[in-house]
Ligand binder design. Structure first.
Ligand SMILES: Nc1ncnc2c1ncn2[C@@H]1O[C@H](COP(=O)(O)OP(=O)(O)OP(=O)(O)O)[C@@H](O)[C@H]1O
Length: 253
């Protein structure tokens, strides 16, 4: 269980007069294993700052993130390393998450060695096989560089790299914002399938009500750093009247 308890983050800026921006204010929620929490909100409402706080990439001004009963701020160095493996983040621009000088194969293998999840070339190849299978990528992608693949393939690779570390929580910050509708549906269906197979918790940040309605079990909506609405997406979000039904597209992938 992941718990966010009265989390607050403000930034102080300005040289002569100190200005304070409250990016996240007194935010609390829980995400159970196997469940998806959707986070919506306009630009600047605090979604990405909240994601970075949960991932431990930013220290909170107040409040805490508790994972499996332990507060992030009180983890020992080895617990922290394990938490960094168990919580993975996926961002909007998969291309930026991949080093242009590194082949895809090497990008997938490196974190497995760093976290000592593989100890030999044979184990590495077996693991790569499994990851390519789960993310429906062809083996010839392994020899390519990030600039030789499509945006959809790049996001699958980023997901494969995250899954290789056997995460229990994934925070996906607008993971499909740069992709066209059909690829978007494939990537979301992939995340859903993996969640059903592994029971991981998913925090899905999106400004798109169709995505939240199709994927999230619960949702919160943020404004000015605060949660202003929380509940079931089906009760909070209006019916989709669009021509493109994301749920149908996801089911047909
Ligand atoms: N490092 C920082 N220093 C100062 N202010 C910051 C910093 N990071 C974020 N902010 C401010 O905090 C507020 C929330 O920003 P944040 O990026 O979390 O919003 P967001 O909802 O993710 O926006 P978007 O959807 O555009 O990515 C904004 O007013 C932003 O300018």
């Amino acid at each position: 269980m992941l718990e966010v308890i009265h989390l607050t983050k403000y930034f102080i800026h300005g040289l002569l007069t100190k200005n304070i921006t409250y990016a996240v204010r007194d935010v609390s929620f829980q995400v159970a294993p196997g469940k998806t929490l959707g986070i919506m909100g306009a630009s600047g409402s605090g979604k990405s700052t909240l994601a970075r706080l949960i991932a431990g990439l930013l220290p909170p001004t107040a409040g805490q993130v508790v994972y499996q009963g332990s507060s992030l701020t009180r983890l020992t160095a080895s617990q922290r390393k394990l938490f960094c493996r168990k919580l993975q983040m996926i961002f909007q621009h998969p291309g930026l998450a991949l080093d242009p000088r590194q082949t895809i194969g090497s990008a997938l293998l490196e974190p497995l060695y760093v976290h000592k999840l593989i100890h030999s070339r044979r184990q590495g190849l077996d693991k790569l096989d499994k990851l390519l299978h789960i993310t429906q990528l062809s083996p010839d992608v392994l020899a390519k560089y990030p600039w030789q693949i499509s945006g959809g393939q790049a996001q699958r690779i980023v997901i494969a790299r995250a899954l290789g570390l056997e995460p229990e929580v994934i925070i996906a910050d607008e993971p499909t914002a740069m992709l066209d509708n059909s690829v978007q549906a494939q990537i979301l269906a992939l995340l859903k399938t993996v969640q059903q197979q592994t029971g991981l918790s998913l925090i899905l940040i999106s400004h798109d009500p169709d995505i939240i309605k199709s994927c999230a079990d619960h949702m919160v909506s943020m404004a000015n750093g605060k949660i202003v609405i929380a509940g079931l997406p089906s009760e909070i979000l209006p019916r989709s009247g669009g021509l493109f039904s994301l749920r149908q597209a996801m089911l047909s992938t």
